[in-house]
Design a binder for this molecule. Structure first.
Ligand code: ADP
Length: 284
């Protein structure tokens, strides 16, 4: 934390800061625990790219609107740093994932009229395009998610003839692959994996680091499976609270594909074969 940020926090909170401890475990942010002389704890965060911070804060504030799952409150939002509620963590009890699944389903009941969001934001360090195209989820998902990542992959030099050919075949099949999807713009966390939730001191899930937009809820659930998935009680409680269409399983990988292509663009060719194999399975 810079001395300027420290002074600003002290002025805005009307108290002196007693200690500042770096918090590890994140991917890109500079994060600290701040303890004031009033014995209040806060979570400080800054990025080298201030726009990522702004989008994260706007995403957290949007998730707050749904009022059905714990989100850290944003206390101070400046251009180049934010101060949030500090989430003290505890161990997950046996009901953790069941309660989490239910509240995640409730989050998805919070809807908008349109797919997208009022601003583009970030998925990892890459742009996530949220401009509404039409009220058609298939069109939104193909244009703003898959095609955007494909064009980025072309720019990054990851697209060979095989990939190009398969992707064009996928484009031709996308309407039929996504038939059966609900056309409901639900509020999505957008990037939910095990590093993006905490278990708070009451044992409840608290969502962090969102890449918020209004989209089809199957996309949010698919992301949770990218690195192996959560406990099965999460998914059964979700489905009890807000039943999924019968053929959701068939579409799971098409929604995972966006994140795999994003990882290809962020981390390179180790994600190439997973990209190809998902597409192949849908076009064969
Ligand atoms: P990054 O954006 O770089 O991934 P994170 O938001 O994941 O950074 O934060 C880094 C670390 O801080 C992680 O270990 C995470 O668990 C923890 N953390 C994130 N938000 C809070 C919070 N509000 N209170 C307490 N710890 C937090």
């Amino acid at each position: 934390m810079t001395p300027q940020h420290k002074t600003k926090i002290e002025i805005l909170l009307c108290t002196k800061i007693k200690t500042i401890h770096p918090v590890g475990g994140g991917c890109i942010a500079n994060a600290c625990q701040v303890l004031t002389e009033k014995e209040e704890k806060f979570f400080y965060k800054s990025y080298s790219n201030n726009e990522i911070l702004k989008c994260e804060i706007n995403g957290l504030n949007e998730l707050h609107l749904a009022k059905n799952i714990k989100i850290p409150k944003v206390i101070i939002a400046e251009d180049d740093f934010a101060l949030m509620e500090f989430i003290d963590q505890s161990n997950r009890d046996k009901n953790f994932f069941e309660t989490f699944g239910r509240s995640f389903a409730q989050l998805h009941k919070y809807c908008s009229d349109n797919f997208g969001f009022y601003e583009n934001n970030f998925i990892g360090a890459n742009r996530q395009v949220n401009q509404p195209i039409s009220n058609n989820w298939t069109e939104f998902y193909f244009q703003n998610r898959l095609l955007y990542q494909f064009k980025l992959a072309e720019k990054n030099g990851y697209v060979d003839n095989n990939f190009r050919d398969l992707f064009y075949r996928l484009e031709n099949r996308i309407d039929s692959i996504l038939t059966g999807c609900e056309n409901i713009p639900s509020l999505l966390h957008g990037d939910l994996w095990s590093g993006n939730y905490l278990c708070d001191e009451d044992g409840a899930a608290c969502l962090i680091d969102p890449a918020v937009y209004y989209g089809n809820r199957e996309a949010d659930l698919a992301m949770t499976k990218l690195f192996g998935g959560f406990d099965t009680s999460f998914y059964s409680a979700y489905n009890e609270e807000y039943k999924l269409p019968n053929d959701w399983k068939y579409r799971e990988n098409i929604f995972i594909l966006y994140h795999v292509m994003n990882h290809l663009n962020l981390f390179g060719t180790s994600y190439y074969s997973q990209t190809i194999s998902i597409i192949k399975n849908y076009v064969k």
